[in-house]
Design a protein around this ligand. Structure first.
Ligand code: F6R
Length: 607
């Protein structure tokens, strides 16, 4: 959350910053701003609203050139959405942008007030500018280092000092910053999508290290002034992967990218098209030795992937698996020891609560394995082992292709380690792995249902409440269907284990209430049909989703979506695509901003 970019080099800075902010806008979009040097003076332009508003404002007010500056797109935490609270913030000689939260800002504010220094905004960020300025006596690094000792919380800063035109100082603690040096100059940003235009090679600024960017180079030092040589990373996607590619929205593009993201995630891990193999990922076969408990910790959609993974893992590995909401996990005094395997799942690899769960597990000597999309992200770096999803950049705030890629990793883990543990035979493992590969063409086929689903969604556009129901894997999937729909369509929705409805929630089912009923699992199919009859008897508007063409009594549904037939365990992949499309088209019919839903942002780096 909050997008940051800094550039110093040989290009017109305003253009670099505005382009970078447009690419980073999914990280926050309630206000935006830039600050840049012109004739050795810092100019700041900021505004509430989207980056497009900033572009308009810059066009009117800043017909001046610059080759060094910083830019920010905001997701408000402290202080409402206003021009004043927008970044960059300046105090004295210091102008900075910030991603994160300064937790002790109130205490620092009182201290600064006692010195006669009064910020003008309501943000926690301005107090950081004030603090650094209070320590500044002509040496930027000394001032930053003194401020670090005082600041509590998570932060990534890009800082301009009025005395040093053409130079940007950066610091991070918790919130991400990646940087590259290219022929055009030096660039730093919260995310690779803003850098990719300049280089596919980059590095992650380590925590509590200071980067000094000039046109010629980037130097990184730790807080004891030791020079640090960063390890360079390489992304295997290019600038087109982070563009809409002819789709009206990123979400639709990313839904359609799922056959490819599944192929890239699954196939390199299947040896001779037969058995899963994690040799190239460096995950040893002995990882489950001595493990008597698996905990999956994640947030939101990633946590929902864990719910599906739990079912598969427990069934095949015969080890108890629990799924924990990462933001709750560490406050529950969880039982973790060296016999625990903690699996964290995260698209961004930066989600603060998931990272905190991982750190807690590391403290307790648990084995940690993460399923992450962003290379070199904090969660990836701090885990014992990483299994990367190769979904490519996910720009829409609503996670889609990352979810199915996460599922495929969880399935591969379940298959491989069940074979190693001897809880399934090699023949079974080969069959399951083949079934997983069959998901790729099936997802492709499911995408052909898009137009039918679009038409069904016309019926949902004016609804205010909606239910998803399912049993077993379908219940886990219902949770994902529900979050997807509510986040992009703003329709209140709930996911229910179908058998649980009559223990309370059925009282909310009245005439015309949409119920999206997932009935893809043979084992509970008849029971599911009975549950659908219960809601139908209350005149619910039923959209039924089945795996293959089941013979269903036509009186129990209004619409029937038939998925390409797969083994039951594989239905979550195709059903997920249908649920994503339902959410997408409902949002479009309601005329909403699908890619940037209100109040949300991607990569939740605050707790
Ligand atoms: C929902 C969504 C969020 C994320 C959650 C975790 O569509 O995108 O619920 O899944 O914020 O994010 P990551 O996977 O980056 O840890």
């Amino acid at each position: 959350m909050c997008g940051i970019i800094g550039f110093t080099g040989y290009l017109e800075t305003k253009n670099v910053l505005l382009e970078g902010l447009a690419a980073l806008e999914y990280r926050g979009y309630d206000s935006a701003g830039i600050a840049f040097f012109h004739n050795d003076t810092i100019n700041t332009i900021k505004t509430t609203g989207k980056v497009s508003s900033l572009i308009d404002k810059v066009a009117i007010s800043a017909d001046v050139s610059s080759t060094c500056g910083i830019g920010h797109t905001r997701w408000a935490t402290h202080g409402g959405v206003s021009d004043t609270n927008s970044h960059p913030h300046t105090f004295g000689k210091v102008t900075l942008i910030h991603n994160g939260i300064i937790e002790n800002y109130h205490e620092l504010e009182m201290e600064m007030a006692a010195l006669g220094k009064f910020p003008v905004s309501q943000t926690d960020t301005e107090i950081a500018a004030t603090l650094i300025d209070s320590y500044y006596e002509g040496d930027a690094i000394t001032a930053i280092k003194k401020a670090v000792v005082r600041l509590e919380g998570a932060y990534a800063f890009c800082i301009l000092f009025a005395d040093e035109p053409e130079v940007i100082y950066c610091l991070r603690n918790g919130s991400p910053l990646v940087a590259c040096h290219a022929k055009e100059g030096s660039v730093i940003a919260s995310d690779m999508v803003a850098l990719i235009k300049y280089s596919r090679e980059y590095f992650v600024l380590p925590e509590l290290h200071i980067a000094r960017l000039t046109k010629e180079n980037i130097t990184v030092t730790d807080l004891n002034d030791n020079v640090f040589t960063p390890k360079m990373l390489y992304v295997n996607w290019d600038v087109t992967a982070a563009q809409k590619g002819g789709y009206p929205h990123y979400m639709l593009k990313e839904i359609h990218e799922q056959p490819e993201s599944l192929r890239s995630t699954i196939m390199p891990r299947v040896k001779n098209k037969q058995l899963p193999d994690f040799t190239a990922d460096g995950i040893p076969d002995r990882i489950f030795d001595g493990i008597n408990r698996i905990i999956i910790a994640a947030c939101g959609t990633a946590m929902h992937a864990g719910l599906v993974g739990r079912v598969m893992m427990e069934k095949l590995l015969r080890i108890p698996v629990t799924v924990e909401i990462a933001s709750e996990f560490r406050y529950q005094d969880p039982i973790i020891d060296k016999n625990t395997l903690l699996i964290t799942i995260s698209q961004s690899g930066e989600t603060a609560d998931t990272l905190a769960a991982l750190r807690l597990a590391n403290e307790h000597q648990a084995t940690t394995l993460s399923i992450v999309n962003v290379k070199g992200s904090s969660i990836a770096r701090e885990s014992d082992y990483v299994l990367y999803t190769h979904a490519g950049p996910e720009i829409a705030v609503a996670s889609t292709k990352a979810y199915t890629a996460q599922l495929s990793c969880l399935y591969l883990i379940a298959y491989h380690f069940a074979l190693i543990r001897g809880t399934i035979t090699e023949a079974q493992c080969i069959t399951y792995t083949k079934q997983l590969q069959s998901v790729i063409p099936a997802v492709e086929k499911t995408l052909n249902l898009a137009e039918d689903i679009n038409k069904i969604c016309i019926n949902l556009a004016d609804k205010e409440d909606l239910f998803f129901i399912g049993r077993g894997l379908d219940y886990a999937l219902s949770c994902e269907g529900s979050i997807k729909l509510k986040e992009v369509s703003y329709i209140h929705s709930e996911a229910y284990a179908a058998g649980e409805l009559k223990h309370g929630t059925l009282s909310l089912v009245t005439e015309g209430i949409p119920v999206i009923a997932l009935a893809t699992q043979t084992k509970v199919y008849n029971k599911m049909i009975s549950n659908i009859r219960e809601v139908r008897a209350r005149n619910a508007f039923v959209i039924l989703i089945t795996n293959g063409d089941c013979k269903v009594d036509a009186s129990i549904f209004d619409y029937h979506i038939t998925l390409p037939e797969l083994a039951d365990n594989m239905a979550p992949f195709t059903a997920a695509v249908v649920l994503q499309l339902l959410a997408y088209y409902t949002s479009v019919h309601r005329g909403l901003n699908v890619d940037q839903p209100r109040n949300l942002a991607k990569s939740v780096t605050v707790e």
